[in-house]
Design a protein around this ligand. Structure first.
Ligand code: ADP
Length: 228
């Protein structure tokens, strides 16, 4: 059974305008997948549908064998913790330290204090920010802010980590560092899905590339060198 499956998914925000048109793909546990396509292609919509922030007009989405349309409100928090997400604009709390930005996501679900003390340094070390734990976001570079957001996304040990244009606001060298961290996380067993319009990043790696154009899946191949 694939970990994620989109089956003939069509999405309209405005009736009659398909922003996703009959999109089908599946992703196995442990894969590293790029979703690439120009701005407006429908990449973020795929992510919103998977998170069930939006619902499709037709088609089904399965996560670990379950049709996500059937997840009940009670089950939703558990479902959402299985999928960590990082965004282009980091979404950090500016008044909190790096440590607290990560810890707070565990505190809000009443995690055990001892667990928090173990997990936070662990994930900060994974993204290479242990020595910046007491910094505030304003004292960080763009790449360091995104690494903080990745650490926060990892705090709940998600099955899948999604990066939505995660390198959109940072320079090429820092972007490469972000991708290296995502590869490391992937090598530890987490599925990674990276949505990007940045052809340079995709070309550097030999990963599976799902290409979206005007709401349609136009190719799904392994390897770089595809044009967005
Ligand atoms: P991408 O992430 O590839 O840039 P999006 O999934 O954000 O693309 O957007 C796909 C299309 O859907 C675009 O034409 C966008 O304008 C449209 N769209 C996205 N969100 C909404 C919304 N809430 N209401 C209406 N149209 C939307």
């Amino acid at each position: 059974m694939p970990q994620i499956e989109f089956r003939n998914v069509t999405k309209e925000y405005i009736p009659g305008i398909k922003v996703l048109d009959d999109v089908s793909f599946s992703i196995e546990s442990g894969e590293f997948v790029f979703i690439i396509g120009p701005s407006g292609a429908g990449k973020s919509t795929i992510i919103k549908l998977l998170l069930r922030e939006e619902s499709p007009e037709s088609g089904e989405i399965f996560f670990e064998g379950r049709n996500i349309a059937e997840i009940t409100p009670n089950e939703m928090p558990d479902y959402r913790r299985k999928i960590g997400v990082v965004f282009q604009d980091y979404k950090l709390l500016e008044s909190k330290t790096v440590y607290d930005n990560v810890a707070i996501s565990l505190e809000v679900v009443n995690s055990d204090e001892e667990d928090i003390k173990n997990i936070v340094p662990n994930v900060l070390s994974l993204v290479g920010l242990l020595d910046h734990a007491s910094y505030k976001p304003e004292e960080l570079s763009g790449g360091e802010k995104q690494r903080t957001a990745i650490a926060r996304a990892l705090a709940h040990e998600p099955d899948v980590l999604i990066a939505d244009e995660a390198t959109g606001m940072i320079d090429p060298d820092s972007s490469d560092e972000i991708v290296e961290i995502l590869e490391k996380i992937n090598s530890l067993g987490t599925t990674v899905i990276m949505a990007t319009h940045d052809q340079r990043i995709v070309d550097k790696l030999t990963k599976r590339v799902i290409k979206i154009h005007k709401g349609k899946l136009v190719s799904d191949k392994k390897g770089g060198k595809y044009r967005a």
